[in-house]
Design a protein around this ligand. Structure first.
Ligand SMILES: Cc1cc2nc3c(=O)[nH]c(=O)nc-3n(C[C@H](O)[C@H](O)[C@H](O)COP(=O)(O)O)c2cc1C
Length: 220
């Protein structure tokens, strides 16, 4: 069954683009509709971490899906132990928006969504979200999610944390966001990098209250 009300995914320029790709794989595999926005800095980080240029925002849905299905395994199949997916396995719909397209539906509270995830979330985007700046579509959509009292999950990756960043995390939490740092646990005894990535992505899916098969739960 197609799940038409979308989940917004924003990728920003913090390290950890693999988390975003795995999240997109999971959402599309379980047939969710995704509105995707990628910041300019995220494109640079992805090029560095995953080794391939991301398609332009005007690329077709199938070009994007083919990249999302294969890029992690193409790049690091042996060391990261991520199994490739077939593009056809990504059954959900994907809409990609330019990060400055303020006319996109997700820039308005009248557009229905199931929630938004910023993954990974740079300290710069965290700052913009916690101060209500709407300098790009990612900040604006996050502001919309907060004002509409919808789920907003921020996945920062930085260490150590400055007082400014800690304060911004608290402000965002007080405004209703969930701050879910990219901090994998080790109690599930990860065997490889894929296990570490999937641990974080599983916690994001739990927060979205959606079905996933990323990692087992404690006690299962
Ligand atoms: C390779 C690379 C790694 C980076 N890693 C981080 C990081 O882990 N956390 C972070 O907050 N910023 C990181 N940055 C810096 C951000 O990309 C930069 O602050 C940028 O302005 C964020 O813009 P955005 O929030 O619009 O994506 C990194 C930059 C590069 C090039």
């Amino acid at each position: 069954m197609k799940r038409d009300i979308s989940i917004v995914v924003a990728i920003t320029g913090a390290s950890g683009s693999a988390y975003a790709i795995r999240l997109l794989q999971g959402l599309l595999k379980f047939n969710h509709t995704v509105d995707l926005v990628v910041s300019e800095a995220a494109r640079q980080v992805m090029q560095h971490e995953i080794g391939i240029p991301f398609p332009s925002d005007t690329a077709s849905e199938s070009e994007w899906k083919s990249l999302i299905a294969g890029c992690l395994s193409d790049w690091n199949a042996k060391s990261w132990k991520l199994k490739p997916l077939e593009t056809a396995q990504l059954a959900g719909s994907l809409r990609v928006h330019h990060s400055l397209d303020f006319s996109a539906g997700i820039a308005s509270g009248s557009s229905e969504t199931r929630g938004m995830v910023i993954c990974p979330c740079s300290t710069g985007t965290l700052s913009a979200v916690s101060s209500g700046a709407s300098a790009n579509l990612i900040h604006r959509a996050a502001d919309v999610h907060l004002k509409e009292r919808r789920r907003l999950i921020l996945v920062p990756r930085e260490t150590p944390l400055s007082r400014i960043t800690l304060t911004n995390m608290l402000t965002a939490t007080d405004a209703g966001a969930v701050v879910l740092p990219a901090m994998p646990g080790y109690y599930h005894r990860p065997g490889d990098i894929a296990d570490l990535i999937d641990f974080v992505v599983a916690r994001i899916c739990d927060q979205l209250q959606i079905k996933h098969d990323f990692s087992s739960r404690w006690g299962e």
